[in-house]
Design a protein around this ligand. Structure first.
Ligand code: FAD
Ligand code: SF4
Length: 513
């Protein structure tokens, strides 16, 4: 019998992935470092290095098991400009009965795969990605199918379905579903942030770092001090470190920010989960076990599990439900070009300079920096949703379209008109000041509302509200804010709007990146 060709993509690096489930001796695993995928947007250098290093190590582990791997390197003799070309060439090298592949995380790639059977004249079996807990088709059963969706409804059903943090009689652990209100503390001055394990590049990773420096050295970001896990073994070690050391404080300080501390108590696991080195089940199981053994409080364990089986699964469901066309939405008619400082980090707004600078260094910023600093600015400034999507997809090492797009279009920009956000996540400088120490190091004064020295978030906030007051009239979650705006002195509002105009017109557009 002819063997099977099993095509494993760069974010499917899990031994148990559905495409490898029934692998037989003689089958061939195809993996490819594809030019098009590395360059269709100009990904952060660190993101490319992380993925290629993880792919090469995964391939080596399969080979060590005796599995035949056909691995196409970006710098090898065989080259592949696209997934289709990689497959076409591989089918010439191997006489196979069929191709098996796990469904991808992107609409564009799925459409491509659906055409392969006709293009190559070989049966192509597209298998569901069962590393997620909720399939695309089942999403509406759990989340509903109305025009708007509530993450909390979906999350409760996911808790019941998975049994995570449930009591034996089917109740949520601790009597409540959600401890979000206990996840919003500012960081006390004296609290120490624990040092993290570092993973020095081995020869394979160093080879990739050299390749990326040569081929993609003009992309955004830096490769310096690359120390992230790229193997299953190291990823599992990083998860253990998180659960034993950072998790106990993760819950309380989940929304906090501190200058010079890019990771705080966050897990920093997203890239490892998204590419498959860790499964979400093992992460949630480890966190639940820490809670049950008295090693982590409930607000931390519930907070983490909510992010994974709640937000992460929900966001993916929204992506597939709303595609295609989701990326084109622009409910608020935002059209301002991305400013240059998104690539240089050179802005006098300290919170943004810190978050963008850390993004350039680490290909990472934690959730509140992405949402309430950078995202908040994109919303208030009315930046073009397509340009913002491209930026978020380029700069973070965990970014894939299925997760980046709903977070940008739906969560930060309200560009989908509120598919799952009941109101825009807009905030003035006061929020950033409460949750961080950035303002103490800033040239702007967070207490001032108008004038050259006023924090731009303050006047941009009210300018945004005034610009969209009509659109949000009738949204009860906006009632108080709009009532405050209505009570404001007209001259004061006019001055803030002038300040906003001056500031926004003074931004230098980034141009083509
Ligand atoms: C504008 C914007 C863009 C984002 N883009 C991405 C992206 O491209 N890739 C990505 O993985 N996450 C994205 N997120 C979600 C979130 O910010 C990151 O998952 C998180 O910061 C990763 O850090 P961590 O692993 O330390 O997470 P933790 O704070 O430790 O949280 C635990 C895990 O929960 C999951 N999670 C939490 N929030 C979300 C969410 N909103 N959507 C999906 N998963 C979530 C992640 O897997 C994360 O590892 C984005 C959020 C925003 C607001
Ligand atoms: S004063 Fe305003 S711009 Fe400066 S750090 Fe604070 S919130 Fe950011």
């Amino acid at each position: 019998m002819k063997p099977t060709l099993r095509f494993v993509l760069g974010d499917q690096l899990t031994r148990g992935v559905s495409s490898l489930a029934d692998i037989e001796p003689g089958d061939v695993v195809l993996m490819a470092e594809v030019d098009e995928e590395a360059t269709y947007v100009r990904h952060h250098q660190r993101k490319i290095a992380f993925l290629f290093a993880a792919m090469r190590h995964f391939a080596a582990e399969l080979e060590a098991e005796g599995i035949r791997v056909d691995y196409i390197r970006l710098d090898g003799k065989q080259r592949a400009a696209s997934f289709g070309q990689a497959l076409g060439e591989a089918l010439k090298r191997h006489k196979v009965a069929r191709v098996v592949v796990t469904e991808p995380g992107e609409w564009r790639v799925l459409e491509m795969m659906r055409g392969w059977e006709a293009e190559f004249g070989v049966p192509v079996e597209l298998r569901p990605d069962d590393r997620f807990l909720c399939g695309w088709e089942e999403f509406s059963e759990l989340a509903g199918d109305g025009p708007t969706l509530l993450m909390e409804t979906f999350y409760r059903r996911m808790r019941e379905r998975t049994g995570f943090l449930m009591t034996k009689d089917g109740k949520p652990e601790g009597g409540r579903w959600n401890y979000d209100a206990e996840n919003r503390k500012a960081l006390p001055k004296r609290i120490e942030v624990p040092p993290r394990p570092v993973f020095d590049p081995d020869e394979t990773t160093q080879g990739v770092l050299d390749l990326v420096a040569r081929r993609f050295g003009n992309h955004f970001g830096s490769l310096e001090d690359f120390d992230y896990p790229v193997t299953r073994h190291d990823a599992a070690r990083y998860l253990r470190w998180f659960v034993t050391t950072a998790l106990p404080d993760f819950g309380a300080y989940e929304d906090a920010m501190r200058q010079g501390e890019p990771l705080l108590f966050h897990s920093h696991l997203s890239a490892l989960i998204n590419c498959g080195l860790l499964t979400l089940r093992e992460c949630c199981e480890a966190v639940e076990a820490a809670y049950r053994n008295g090693k982590a409080p409930l607000n931390a364990a519930e907070g983490f599990i909510r992010q994974i089986i709640g937000w992460r699964e929900f966001i993916r469901g929204v992506y597939w439900r709303e595609m295609p066309g989701y990326g084109e939405r622009n409910e608020l008619g935002a059209s301002r070009p991305l400013p240059d400082f998104f690539w240089t980090g050179e802005t006098e707004m300290n919170c943004l300079a810190q978050a963008i600078g850390e993004t350039a260094r680490n290909a990472f910023a934690h959730h509140i920096q992405r949402l309430m600093v950078i995202g908040n600015f994109c919303l208030l400034a009315g930046l073009d949703p397509k340009e913002v999507q491209d930026w978020y997809l380029v700069v973070y090492h965990d970014a894939y379209e299925w997760v980046e797009m709903p977070n940008v279009v739906g969560m930060i920009l309200y560009a989908d008109g509120g598919v799952f956000a009941t109101k825009p996540y807009a905030a003035s400088g006061n929020y950033i000041n409460k949750m961080s120490n950035y303002c103490g190091h800033c040239r702007y004064d967070v207490k001032q509302k108008t004038g050259e020295d006023a924090c731009p978030f303050n006047y941009l906030y009210w300018d945004f509200m005034a610009r969209h007051a009509e659109r949000f009239d009738g949204n009860h979650r906006m009632d108080r804010t709009l009532a405050t705006l209505g009570r404001m002195d007209e001259d004061k509002v006019a001055t803030m709007r002038k300040d906003a105009e001056r500031f926004l017109d003074g931004m230098v557009p980034a141009g083509d990146y």
